[in-house]
Design a protein around this ligand. Structure first.
Ligand code: ADP
Ligand code: MG
Ligand code: MG
Length: 250
């Protein structure tokens, strides 16, 4: 069974159709890159998969592990293993990163009918994971994303991903606002989480990120549809030829 099946998805925002029949199949262990110009609907797709409000699905379906994802609340989707790293992470002043992680992780475990982590067990786990990702302990005591550099925010997201152990990770333009060193650190973290039972959808505007996170498949989106799919070489072609050819065709 595929992990994620998006079939002929049509989505509206404010009466305007943004996705016009988009299809995408992702199997466990695969890394898919979605590329495309600004405004092509990449973030819309990721938001609809995560269950962000404000989008009206007018056609098609999304199956996750064979179940109708569109009937689930955002929390249920997260508990089932959908993880979305946002393009612009929110700051939550007054809530320590550690507390945020523990609350979110335990909420997911509870929703799955699993026991919550005790404080010592959670601390042990979060310290282990933070260490493996080179995340300093003091970052965990600071308010969520407050005063974090772009690179620290991404590392915080990779930390969340490592703790939540999702089966589908969607990374929406994780490269925006990162310098090359921060990009490499974030990409290393993502690569460390690649596994045969986890899939990743990496959304990016630029080819650069895909030098570090090498995808199995590349899809080009234009005007609310996937207009071309191929292997990793497609990203290099795009780097050379640009998106204009697809704009005309779409
Ligand atoms: P991308 O991520 O590829 O840059 P988006 O999914 O952000 O594209 O946007 C696709 C289109 O949908 C754009 O034309 C954008 O203006 C429109 N859009 C996205 N979100 C909204 C919204 N909340 N309200 C109105 N239009 C929106
Ligand atoms: Mg955009
Ligand atoms: Mg976007």
């Amino acid at each position: 069974m595929s992990l994620l099946e998006v079939k002929n998805l049509q989505v509206r925002v404010d009466e305007r159709e943004i996705l016009h029949g988009l299809s995408l199949t992702v199997n466990p262990g695969e890394v898919h890159a979605i590329m495309g110009p600004n405004g092509s609907g990449k973030s819309t797709l990721s938001h609809v998969i995560a269950g962000k409000p404000g989008y009206e699905v007018t056609g098609g379906e999304i199956l996750f592990k064979g179940e109708n994802l569109l009937e689930m609340s955002p929390d249920e989707r997260a508990a089932k293993g959908v993880f979305l790293a946002f393009q612009y992470p929110v700051e939550i002043p007054g809530v320590a990163t550690m507390t945020f992680l523990r609350t979110a992780l335990n909420a997911q475990r509870k929703a799955r009918g699993e026991s919550e982590f005790s404080t010592p067990d959670f601390l042990k786990k979060v310290r282990e994971v933070a260490k493996s990702l080179n995340i300093p302990q003091d970052m965990l005591r600071r308010g969520v994303n407050v005063g974090f550099s772009g690179g620290e925010k991404k590392r915080n997201e990779v930390l969340q991903m490592a703790l939540f152990e999702p089966s589908l990770c969607i990374l929406d333009e994780m490269d925006s606002g990162l310098d090359i060193d921060a990009l490499r650190v974030a990409a290393d973290g993502v690569n460390a989480l690649r596994s045969p039972d986890r899939a990743m959808v990496v959304i990016t505007h630029y080819q650069r990120l895909l030098n570090y996170i090498v995808p199995d498949f590349v899809h080009v989106m234009s005007k609310g549809r996937v207009v071309k799919s191929g292997g990793k070489e497609l990203a290099l072609e795009l780097e050379a030829s640009g998106y204009a050819q697809f704009e005309a065709a779409a």
